[in-house]
Design a binder for this molecule. Sequence first.
Ligand SMILES: [Zn+2]
Length: 177
Amino acid sequence: MRITGYKSHGVAAAAALVNAVTSADEDDSPDALRRVLRDHEFFWHEFEDADAPAFRHWARTLRTFFEATRLEDATELLNRLMLEIPMHPHLSDHEPHGLHMHYAPPSSRLPDRFRATTLMNLAELVVEHGLGRTGVCAAEGCDRVYADTSRAGRRRFCSEACANRTNVAAFRARRRT
Ligand SMILES: [Zn+2]
């Protein structure tokens, strides 16, 4: 399975949406949500301000997945959501992605398409890696989530900033002892 690029763009989009909506210092305004979609190559120009509540609700749902520490809990949640979210898998060949899977019914509006894609991409990630690629940032005081689609897959922080801050603190603690 290719874990970078279009096939799994829903994974990074899911983490970005969760952070935009549920993180203490983030911004869940319609413009911020539009930016999440644009940054992750979803059809952001179809986003209407009235869609914001649907995206916020989905972010809070997905946060539960990122916080799950037991694989059984995560798979139970994903399975339940796969029954709830309208699904109609089909192949699509539009630019700029070439042939790829769409998961929502063809007539769906953006919120349903976003739900279906992020859900299926997260499910594929779990099939491949269990919960080893997603989680809540390990930095003290940070509530942001991360999703790791890199080859190495060793990520434990939401950002370089949190990784560096934690490493510096650990270094100082070692020097004190
Ligand atoms: Zn962090």
